[in-house]
Design a binder for this molecule. Structure first.
Ligand code: BG6
Ligand code: GLC
Ligand code: GLC
Length: 922
């Protein structure tokens, strides 16, 4: 079969003497010629199908500008109904059925198959409103709402509204939608380019009678698709032929270029009414189509819709009748003023006139109402005109639907696509043959697809309610998320308070008064002056890695050879003897590998834990922090423990010259490059800072002039309860589950060892609220430390799209939706932002103190920084700097990232000590 009913032309042939561009010529007078023009061949339909398919795929890939046509607008509806949506919803429909507006009260029971008949009311929109101002239109809608709600006495409690707005819109969320352009008979001023949800909200507020939450906005096709009763297989296409025509369907998100998403599906509104490829449509456009287009409100636009939509079918029939009458083929050449008036034949008339049983009678009535006096032959011809116009419409609609089916079949790589199409709209519902022609033609054009058509029950109202239910759930989730994260969002006042408290604690600590800041003297009095020389060994214990280093300080600079060794958790938390034996074993291994056996090089020991130093080479471990808890060490001199282990091993000779905190090592290391570096900062596994303090301010160390580096041990800030106001329930949980509850409270809000855990606890909480993972708790997420801090850095990295967030979490065995991914991202951002700001408040306190110590109006200072979190996190460093700028405006602070770790600094401290010792000997 090559032609489709009612066809007759050879493939590709044009109608004989087909009138061009709106000029109806006398030679077209015969009825045959007129009706021929509405016939479409199978090949023409296939061309339309192929062209539309191309246009759809280009628009998906954002190449729409190359091909005029369909828009492919994402709708933010991500899944077809689950069937468990429930609640009462108000639905307001505008734009589907001509100049009327429908309001429904829909109850969703949450039980599959259980439907409650919605209450609904239709309102006719006066013509002056349809083409008046936007405010008039939305005020009218709001007035109708009030009238409806008054009449149905539904109360004024928590009314949630779904807005079905059937015009092409750019949606940027479920409740944000900008009208691109009016279609069909609408042309209200001041609405194009505006968010129609906001316009409706404003109008409802102007009425003042009800408090209504406009939760979602959807296209009528989406409402139709969502209305499809779940259970009959996936209904993934919504087709509407009403005043206008359009379809939506579920697309793979990765095919939609405008979406930053590669998993799952999203509903796309095709807006095929605007399809306008001249090559494909040209051969089927008649002079009547051109005339209709020219006289329409939007000439040149929506050309495809104008051949199919119910707003235009009656008008096309009228134009043909006028033409035939004027050419004396109809009504004896007589036309009436009514027949000559635009819009005098409506879709209803056409539908009635085509009715197989009552049609003939109806034709007489309709024509008589138009002031005509038809004969029997006239009536028959009028019917044939209606059939020709409507058959073509149904066939064109089928070609468009076939394009969608081909696309789905192609993109899903399925041999036979099985799909259900939800249908709605008055043309499909009421026209006696439209539906059957559509079905037959689809079968012909997409023979490999198994399509079932499912009429929507209440014009998509329930579907809109479903989307509204989902949107309402999402809005509730957002509220809960905001509430959960609110305590992490610190105000400027809160940060200033942290800075002030830090200053007070610093002063007390320096004076040896009770304070959570220990302010430990380090016996480092000077930064390197560049004249240091020699080979040194260094150890670096307490960060992510344990390292042994050989540091050569020479004229040309510093050369480092280092090796990383692991410290198993059982060693870090075993006995002190085991730990120090292990350290010595590593040193022996390193010496062997480097050919250093038998040499006794001066050694600097970076030991990144709080130590009370009595001299440069004596440090009593006050308490373990981070993940260490080796027994028998607290209260002991760490250098002594190391020497003991060396003695036990009898394998090496070592000359331990200095013990150095990592903050000090970092400051010294950066100080070698920049003499302005007077502060060291670590944000890694733990966090801490040191800085150069005036010796006169340091109680307990002899001497009044000069400086001494102070290891603040700020990780313990707040251990006296002073940070209680900032501590959230999640901080409390992390603290309680740690090996040192109640200790290192500041560190536990900032550093890498804890941020992942804070995030994990928040995710658990959000899951329990049903906000995440559909409320399903997983064993994985309940596993301690499963959420590493490095994930925060990866998740927040701008170069990684949301799709990577999902990949990271899925690797963890946490399968999530795109909504979940967004929530996880926000949680990470809130936690790391607070950490960076608290750290910034600490730095501000320190630099301000240095400035005041020196009585300077303005201080220029550098801070040497190290630590994985600071270095790897995409925003941490800039947030710290921004906070410091705000809280310490009189300090110009430069942050220098230490490249070689604190080991180099420890070697430099050792080198300085050796230099000074040598000078003393001289
Ligand atoms: C390194 C030091 O530079 O930074 C370590 O050499 C220190 O001693 C570390 O502890 C901090 O970073 P992290 O991320 O390894 O804890
Ligand atoms: C018009 C609108 C479209 C709507 C269709 C059916 O084409 O632009 O949004 O879906 O009519 O009502
Ligand atoms: C912990 C230690 C501290 C160290 C910091 C950074 O807070 O107690 O000494 O500087 O971690 O590693």
């Amino acid at each position: 079969m090559d032609s489709v009913e009612p066809a007759g032309l050879e493939p590709g042939a044009r109608a004989p003497s087909c009138p061009q561009k709106g000029i109806l010529q006398p030679s077209d007078s015969s009825e045959l010629e007129c009706l021929q023009q509405f016939k479409v061949t199978k090949i023409q339909l296939q061309q339309i199908q192929a062209s539309l398919l191309g246009s759809m795929e280009q628009a998906l890939m954002r190449e729409a500008s190359l091909a005029p046509g369909v828009r492919m607008l994402p709708t933010y509806v991500g899944s077809t109904p689950h069937g468990n949506e429930q609640g009462n919803f108000v639905v307001l429909e505008l734009g589907a059925s001509g100049a009327s507006l429908r309001i429904l009260w829909v109850t969703l029971t949450g039980i599959k198959g259980q439907r409650v008949e919605p209450k609904s009311q239709e309102f006719v929109i006066p013509q002056e409103v349809v083409q008046g101002t936007g405010q008039q239109l939305f005020d009218f809608a709001a007035r109708c709402l009030v009238e409806f709600l008054d009449a149905h006495s539904v109360g004024n409690q928590g009314l949630q509204l779904g807005f079905s707005f059937s015009f092409p819109c750019h949606q940027t969320g479920l409740d944000r939608s900008t009208l691109i352009s009016w279609t069909k008979g609408f042309r209200c001023s001041g609405v194009e380019g505006q968010d129609v949800v906001q316009l409706l909200r404003d109008a409802i507020q102007r009425q003042g009678a009800y408090s209504i939450d406009v939760v979602a906005v959807v296209n009528d096709t989406v409402g139709t698709m969502m209305d499809c009763e779940p259970g009959v297989g996936p209904c993934e296409i919504g087709l509407v032929v009403d005043t206008g025509t359009n379809a939506c369907y579920m697309e793979e998100a990765r095919h939609v270029a405008v979406l930053d998403e590669d998993r799952g599906r999203t509903c796309v509104s095709i807006e095929w009414g605007s399809f306008s490829d001249d090559k494909a449509l040209g051969p089927v456009l008649t002079a009547f189509d051109h005339a209709l287009d020219q006289a329409s409100l939007n000439p040149g636009a929506q050309r495809f819709e104008k051949m199919i939509g119910g707003l235009y079918l009656g008008e096309l029939v009228r134009l043909v009748l006028v033409h035939l009458a004027q050419n004396r083929v109809l009504f004896g050449g007589y036309t009436s003023p009514a027949l000559l008036s635009q819009g005098s034949i409506l879709l209803e008339h056409v539908t009635e006139m085509e009715d197989p049983s009552t049609g003939v009678v109806c034709v007489h009535t309709v024509l008589q109402d138009l002031g005509l006096n038809p004969e029997a032959s006239d009536a028959e011809l009028v019917q044939r005109v209606c059939v020709a116009v409507c058959s073509r419409a149904a066939q064109l609609c089928a070609a468009a639907l076939a394009a969608v089916l081909s696309h789905l079949q192609r993109s899903r790589e399925q041999q036979t696509l099985q799909v259900a199409v939800a249908t709605g709209g008055r043309v499909l519902e009421r026209h006696p043959r439209f539906h059957s022609i559509l079905q037959e033609t689809v079968k012909l054009l997409a023979s490999e697809c198994d399509v079932s058509f499912i009429p929507s029950v209440d014009g998509g109202g329930r579907g809109v309610a479903m989307v509204t239910a989902v949107a309402a759930r999402l809005a509730k989730h957002r509220r809960l998320l905001e509430e959960t994260l609110a305590p992490f969002r610190l105000s400027r006042e809160q940060l200033e308070a942290v800075q002030t408290q830090m200053r007070e604690a610093m002063a007390k600590g320096l004076q040896r008064e009770p304070s959570s800041l220990r302010m430990l003297p380090t016996y480092v009095r000077a930064t390197p002056d560049g004249s240091e020389r020699g080979d040194f060994l260094a150890l670096d214990l307490g960060g992510t890695n344990f390292r042994v280093l050989l540091v050569r300080v020479a004229e040309g600079g510093v050369q480092i050879i280092n090796q990383v060794y692991s410290i198993p958790e059982c060693v870090a938390q075993g006995s002190g003897q085991q730990l120090f034996d292990h350290i010595v074993d590593c040193i022996v291994d390193f010496q062997q590998k480097q050919g250093l056996r038998g040499q006794s090089l001066p050694l600097g020991f970076t030991f990144s834990f709080p130590c009370k130093q009595l001299g440069l080479d004596q440090g009593i471990l006050l308490n373990w922090t981070k993940g260490f808890n080796a027994s028998g060490c607290e209260g002991q001199d760490v250098v002594h423990l190391l020497r003991e282990a060396i003695r036990r091993r009898q394998a090496v000779e070592l000359n331990v010259v200095a013990i150095v905190n990592d903050t000090v090592g970092t400051m010294m290391s950066c100080g070698y490059e920049d003499p302005r570096c007077e502060m060291g900062l670590i944000v890694g596994t733990g966090t801490n800072a040191c800085y150069m303090e005036e010796l006169r301010n340091v109680a307990g160390v002899a001497g009044d002039s000069g400086h001494m580096c102070i290891n603040m041990e700020w990780g313990a800030f707040g251990d006296d309860g002073s940070l209680g106001m900032l501590s959230t329930c999640f901080d409390v949980r992390v603290d309680q589950a740690s090996i040192n509850p109640g200790k290192q409270r500041f560190e536990k809000m900032i550093s890498g060892m804890y941020l992942g855990e804070i995030v994990r606890h928040i995710l658990l909480h959000l899951t329990s609220l049903g906000v995440l993972f559909r409320g399903q708790q997983t064993q994985r997420l309940q596993t301690r430390d499963i959420f590493k801090t490095k994930f925060l850095s990866e998740i927040e990295s701008d170069s990684l799209a949301l799709r990577q967030v999902r990949a990271i979490l899925e690797d963890l065995g946490l399968p999530l939706t795109s909504d979940d991914a967004l929530i996880v991202l926000e949680v990470c951002q809130a936690v790391s932002r607070r950490a960076a700001q608290l750290c910034g408040a600490g730095v501000a306190a320190v630099v301000e103190k240095i400035r005041e110590n020196r009585g300077l109006e303005e201080l220029t200072v550098s801070v040497g920084v190290d630590g994985t979190l600071y270095k790897v996190h995409p925003h941490f460093a800039s947030l710290v700097a921004a906070t410091v700028r705000e809280l310490a405006p009189r300090c110009v602070v430069t942050f220098l990232q230490s490249e070689d770790g604190s080991g180099k600094g420890a070697a430099l401290v050792t080198a300085v000590a050796c230099r000074l010792a040598q000078m003393a000997r001289v």
